[in-house]
Design a protein around this ligand. Sequence first.
Ligand code: OAA
Ligand code: MG
Length: 232
Amino acid sequence: MIGVAVKNKPALPEGAAAKLAKLGSATVHEAMGRVGLLKPYMRPIYPGASIAGAAVTVLAQPGDNWMLHVAVELCSPGDVLVVACTTDNSDGMFGDLLATSLQSRGVVGLIIDAGVRDIATLQEMNFPVWSKAVNPRGTVKATLGSVNIPVVCAGGLVTPGDAVVSDDDGVVIVPNGQIAAVLAKAEKRASEEEGKRARLASGELGLDIYKMRPKLEEAGLKYYDSLNDVPR
Ligand SMILES: O=C([O-])CC(=O)C(=O)O
Ligand SMILES: [Mg+2]
């Protein structure tokens, strides 16, 4: 689907973005049933950023950032721009000028399965980007793609209005219709982790907390006092 720009998309449930950002990509991905992650080559351009928001999607052509300019107008406060390419590309499609434009519309970050440049300025601006590459190589504005259609970005399906959760660990996509259920599961998981963290900090072993000893024994694990005692 090329040459299409869709103006509207579903909103996130009220308050979901802040909760998802706080829970983080690892907990949200586990709560989804260990799915939803983009490929781990998608790295933040600086550490410490943690965002969640509604996806505005772009399908761009390699070496061409024309559709990013089309997308800016279709973004609303709290959105995250998600850029996929019709074929593999790592050119520097995005920099501080486009970021200035997105920030003026309240966009909280960019996920791009291609390259980004001007990263020192992006860090100063507090505009986080997760990308495949950092690359000063510039792009043209010559070939149509699309905005706000379903795209595959870094191996993950992203539909406009899905929740994007990104932090130092990576990027996870939560389909819009699953957000409430995933939030409930993720919050339960986070509170259970708090209890576990306190027990581990006090020196209790995961082996005991998770009742692993009988299963390890059943699987055949044997302890020896010294390497010399091991039959061979
Ligand atoms: O202008 C471009 O093509 C990308 C860029 O560097 C910017 O947005 O600052
Ligand atoms: Mg620039």
